[in-house]
Design a protein around this ligand. Structure first.
Ligand SMILES: [Cu+2]
Length: 465
């Protein structure tokens, strides 16, 4: 990491020498918070419009983000983990900046529609993706603009904790930089919780793909992109179907070693994501023509179940009228940023445990939900409210359908932690229903990914005689 920073600083210095006398390149550190997170709580913020940021006319060239304590010291994942964060630019007034790939969002409750009155330009998950543009390019910002911030934190300790979200932003006020437009590609785009599920059960080595089509809005060059996935992912790719389906770029994961905190904290909200997703820069840029249809693809292992997964890539496009047709030559200056620390390249197999509170109040792994077991003859329903599944452990014959009735005003979900096939409901409440038919026998461990320590359930499906 240090090497990259030094290289960037050197690039910045060279740029500074060439820039107008009053232009400056500056890195500022911003602190958002404090944010209080209760013991074992998943904390989501309401959309926050008072996000501190550089209030200048200029260009952003780099951003990174971390969770810190009151002294600015990094908070370890064993305490609090930043699951994801999204930055959006509203502009000076609502409507000034529009998201480039969404007109509206489906809110976290899976119901409410929100107008997309902001431009998403940077996101990071547990892989701590950085925004880093090649020399000569920047994301344009203007004095008086407002930003929003949307985050999710998880407290891995039983006690309430207090942290800050800290981000470093490098900006350049040289007006001669080439502006880039961020495009948020997401295979479940326009959802505030953009998750989907991989049932699994296919042959060893199988891949399942989910795609999104993206029409290039203007001729230009893609000068950089990164990615975000969850456990079970193979990679993300952007393809150009009309040019022999060539791959324009890939973002590939590096997974933590088995000793990494991702695999050892409790509770585990979803199959642990990678410690890094590769990103790239190219000042020459990947040429794409206006009106071209590109395909963004999220590839996951299809042997095992993977629930609440994501496939997201933010790319930066710079205008270039000299690109007049598709299939132009690929750049020769692509610089790829891999993991700064050692990890695994092959998608690891990891079985997500249920987590319950032990007698000492601390979270620990469990192979069933606390409470009794009921044997059912067939289809049945389960009530879901704060904080319980009305049938914590059930035994059903193969082919039975369970219907979860979500009551009350608090959002919950039912998510497979481990089992023969993967499934999960959307976040649900106030009379929402979700059904799943258990066609494959075996033991299914389920939980609410919003209340992972307090809500779990097991379903044992007996084979038909
Ligand atoms: Cu819940």
């Amino acid at each position: 990491m240090r090497r990259i920073s030094v290289a960037l600083a050197a690039a910045g210095l060279a740029l500074l020498l060439a820039a107008p006398a009053n232009a400056e390149i500056k890195t500022e550190t911003f602190k958002y918070g404090p944010v209080e997170v209760n013991g074992y709580q998943v904390k989501l913020n309401d959309l926050e419009f008072a996000t501190p940021h550089p209030d200048v006319d200029g260009f952003i060239t780099r951003i990174d983000v971390d969770v810190v304590d009151g002294n600015g010291k990094s908070v370890p994942i064993q305490r609090i983990m930043l699951h994801h964060i999204v930055f959006g630019n509203i502009g000076k007034n609502f409507g000034d900046r529009r998201d480039a790939t969404c007109n509206q969002f489906t809110n976290f409750d899976s119901r409410t529609k929100l107008p997309a009155l902001a431009e998403r330009f940077y996101g990071a998950g547990e892989e701590r993706a950085k925004l880093q543009l090649p020399k000569g390019y920047g994301y344009p910002i203007h004095k008086g603009e407002k930003w929003f911030l949307y985050y999710m934190l998880m407290n891995h300790k039983a006690k309430k904790d207090k942290v800050f979200i800290q981000y470093n932003i490098t900006y350049d006020t040289d007006p001669n930089l080439t502006p880039v437009t961020p495009y948020w590609l997401d295979v479940r785009n326009c959802w505030v919780d953009p998750v989907y599920n991989v049932p699994g059960g296919a042959k060893k080595g199988s891949t399942t793909s989910k795609a999104m089509n993206w029409t290039v809005p203007f001729s230009g060059r893609i000068v950089g992109a990164g990615g975000h996935v969850h456990g079970g992912a193979k990679d993300l790719e952007l393809r150009e179907p009309q040019c022999g389906d060539r791959v324009l770029y890939k973002s590939t994961p590096t997974w933590g070693l088995p000793s990494h905190p991702f695999y050892n904290v409790r509770p585990i909200l979803h199959e642990p994501g990678p410690i890094n997703m590769s990103s790239f820069n190219t000042a020459q840029g990947i040429p794409v023509a206006a009106g071209e249809k590109l395909k963004f693809i999220s590839n996951y292992d299809d042997q095992y179940a993977h629930t609440r997964v994501m496939g997201i890539s933010v790319l930066f496009l710079a205008r270039d009228a000299s690109v007049t047709k598709p299939c132009g030559a690929m750049p020769t200056d692509i610089q790829t940023f891999g993991s700064p620390v050692p990890g695994r390249k092959k998608t690891p197999r990891f079985v997500v445990p249920l987590t319950v509170r032990g007698p000492d109040g601390k979270a620990r792994s469990a192979s069933r939900a606390p409470g009794g077991t009921k044997k059912l003859q067939g289809d049945a329903s389960v009530k879901v409210d704060s904080f319980f599944f009305s049938r914590p452990n059930v035994i059903v014959p193969q082919g039975s359908k369970l219907t979860w009735n979500f009551l009350g005003k608090t959002l919950h979900n039912v998510t497979l932690a481990s089992g023969p096939r993967g499934f999960a409901s959307d976040n649900a409440f106030q009379g929402d229903k979700y059904s799943y038919r258990f066609k494959v026998p075996g033991k299914y461990l389920l939980f609410c990914a919003l209340h992972p320590v307090d809500m779990s359930e097991s379903v044992t499906v007996l084979p038909k005689k």
